[in-house]
Design a binder for this molecule. Sequence first.
Ligand code: AMP
Length: 474
Amino acid sequence: MANKSKFQAIRGTRDLLPPETALWNRVEQTAHEVFSTFGFGEIRPPIIEDAGLFARAIGDETDVVAKEMFNVQSSEPDIVIKTEDGIIAIEIKESLRTDSRQLESQLEHYRSLLERWRSDPSSIAKKETWMLRPEATASVCRAYIEHNMQQLPQPVKLYYMGPMFRRERPQKGRYRQFYQIGAEILGGPDAPAIDAELIEMLMSFFDKCGLQGTELSINSIGHAADNCRRGYVAKLREELIKVKDKLGADSQRRIETNPLRVLDSKLEHEQAIIATLPRIADHLCDECKAHYAAVKHELEQRGVIYRENWRLVRGLDYYMRTTFEITAQGLGSQNAVCGGGRYDGLVELLGGPPTKGIGFAIGEDRLILSLQESGKAPAAQGRDVYIAWMGEKAYATAIRAAKTLRKAGFRVELPPTELKFGKALERASKLGSRFALILGDNEVQSGEWTLKTLADGSQQKLTEQALLDYLKSL
Ligand code: AMP
């Protein structure tokens, strides 16, 4: 029966446990290996950032920033200075109110703060808001600017992995703390080969992980100009207004706020209507059209199989041209394991120089789920050698044996207390050990150790060196 602890992981968060974590490590190791063969280096940005960064990058109006963020108050200010009708009031932090000595010692400090505030209010009245990152692209772009990476050979190719936080309604494959593995290419020329190679890398990674049933969808959403996407969006809005009454409430709202997002709709009754709407491919400007054609050609040259999906869009202005998504099997309705696209305006939006950018984010939780569904989960990690020691003298030898075997890379279990022989063997097999190394007085005296193969019960006597050689030869 499961114990009920006083505390449980917060809804939408969870513990990743062995043996599943071995699969996470394998996936992450594969990412390190594959991405480095494409010349990417790892970046590890912080998990908390200035809230303004995401408001800028993702937009105040989008669902993500409006509803789905975890704010972190940087600290409760010691004092808050309020001015109403010219009256200045100082509010003292609750915890300081109970300790008069501490309070007195702080008074001087408060007086000087007050002086400072009088001469420059913005110097102390500021209350920072931090945010747990909902994604990492904005952080990578911030880091690119902050570390002057535009001075490095371009483009700069970076990848990251780690937890992201969104206050979404939890369900299968959708968590509030989830993990992404992502990559970004910043700077460099306008070459379609950049888009194609990024996607090629992604598909090689999935292939190496053994992910089944992957489907790559691509699209081009042009760029924000009147003769390209803006013109298309105006046309789309016009057509949507004509069918407004037949649409659901969300789509009706989006006709005004973000008509492209109507194309994302999964509502059954809207599908037939959406199928009749104008398509962006027919409204791209010549440059974007040529770019899209070249990306497809480059993908074909690399043997990457894709499907075109004209409904694959992004709602934000700085997204442009290539967008893509990968789905995998065994995930139900949340079957997107990766989303990506080009975002040439983002670095500039964050205060940097005009810089091209493209990237993707893989949902690692979903990738793992899909691998598990197709039977790719590793079995519980057993032990190579369980050391069954008996007696003080044997214990010293056992410690030495464990050290030698572990140094050689074997998984060794050294029981912390002496166990009866039968009990020790029982433990050894429960832990999935392959061998039991039996060390008693006889073995210590003779220098010949007993190695028992648990699968068939056979035993052999070996010196320390012979034992090591034998195990290495397997
Ligand atoms: P996005 O950053 O929204 O483009 O998402 C990229 C990928 O991250 C998606 O395709 C999902 O695989 C994954 N993802 C996004 N949100 C969540 C979530 N709440 N829980 C688990 N995975 C997620």
